[in-house]
Design a protein around this ligand. Sequence first.
Ligand code: NAD
Length: 517
Amino acid sequence: MRCVWKNRVPVQVGRMCYSSSVPTTKLFIDGKFVESKSSEWIDIHNPATNEVIGRVPKATQEEMLAAVQSCKTAFQSWSGTSILSRQQVFLRYQQLIKDNLKEIAKIITREQGKTLADAEGDVFRGLQVVEHTCSITSLMLGETLPSITKDMDSYTYRLPLGVCAGIAPFNFPAMIPLWMYPMGLVCGNTYLMKPSERVPGATMLLAKLLQDSGAPDGTLNIIHGQHDAVNFICDHPAIKAISFVGSNQAGEYIYERGSKNGKRVQSNMGAKNHGVVMPDANKENTLNQLVGAAFGAAGQRCMALSTAILVGEAKKWLPELVDKSKKLKVNAGDQPGADVGPLISPQARNRVTELIQSGVDEGASLLLDGRSVQVKGYESGNFVGPTILANVKLHMKCYTEEIFGPVLVVLEADSLDQAIDIVNNNRYGNGTAIFTTNGATARKYTHGVDVGQIGVNVPIPVPLPMFSFTGSRDSFRGDTNFYGKQGIQFYTQIKTVTSQWKEEDSTLGSPAVVMPT
Ligand code: NAD
């Protein structure tokens, strides 16, 4: 469903076209929100109704070049501002985000579909990163070592890289952009942001708030688009580092193309997160945690617990798991009491329902089927209700692929060791959780699994910003992670100074041709 505009006249592509009254998403270039001159536009839909609610341009080459040029120019002065001035911008920014949190959340629910309460959580978790940037005066400290030899000291500075860029996914329209540009900017870089073309609204309001906080023109520029915009970012020589979050298909490509061009790239990608349920766990608490983490945000979280491994006697808890899941209310995200909103698009809905069917065809037991859920008043929305596939085996497609929908696949294991093997043999290593009341079991698990984020009786262990969001195996490419100390490392380079100041004059008598020892 896409319209191509030729000479400012809309041409129908696919099934649908819009009137010119549909609001357009602006570009943010050099401190101005400007209408794109592009002839190619992408529709933005409300996932609860599939109505077209806006259009986003595929920025032209000239517009993208202007955005990078603006970042380059702004870097000259921004990188030289005092660290205290940058800190002040972010102190004001965190307050403005708090003041506008509900407004940003409303935009998220309209474009992305998640419930309003969950959308507020999306903004809040990003806000925490902004709050953390306010500690930049400590975070950017270098190291010193006095007297490495007589009269000689060594110290390091952390310095910004230049122009950095971020490419974001649709599932956290506020949190993930806020993992990116605030960290980059506070270190003294300037930033080119490409939000997901499906949910650009939150980033645009956040950009306005950043400007209102006193960030100078050109420090943040925003372009929109898909492949051309991504290729532009991977190829432009002025861009020194790329932060990507999204699917493996895009992330592996961007990692490779960006790295080949000599850029730093950090790439957070797909997931298949396992919740290991031990028979000694607190049953009520565990089942509630599991249901919330599997179906919250309609399963469209990279940290969703999309796979349960029931160990030993915990297998008997399946009927209660199904009962609790059935009770969740599927509805449009802005409706009171909604627990599970729609999926992002009809294509996503089809993909999820096909993966459910593949599980059935391969012999899994469909204990709860959300495929035919009807939401009154929202019959055209992309809804799938909570779905549980049990007796799932390791070779099944519903297990090997990331579903990214409200589908919990359930495996069984006879022992903790077997559960650890299952987790470690999956291609992804993003997040996992173990539910147990035994400390030794928890310790063995946390040490034994090769996964970035591990929860012990915590279903979605997204690290707070003083730590870093990591990931193992196919969930991550790169060597320096998002936010926390690693985020500062990613967005800075180190300069090491070795200096000698002698009190007495001891001028070298001859050239020192031998390596100093
Ligand atoms: P996506 O890869 O489709 O899109 C992400 C970004 O890449 C968008 O800005 C998009 O325009 C661009 N893009 C899409 N396809 C591309 C391609 N073929 N080549 C170049 N660029 C492309 O991802 P999505 O559907 O928006 O997000 C869902 C995915 O993100 C899931 O796989 C989820 O697990 C993952 N995710 C991971 C994390 C994490 O921290 N590990 C967090 C959130 C989401």
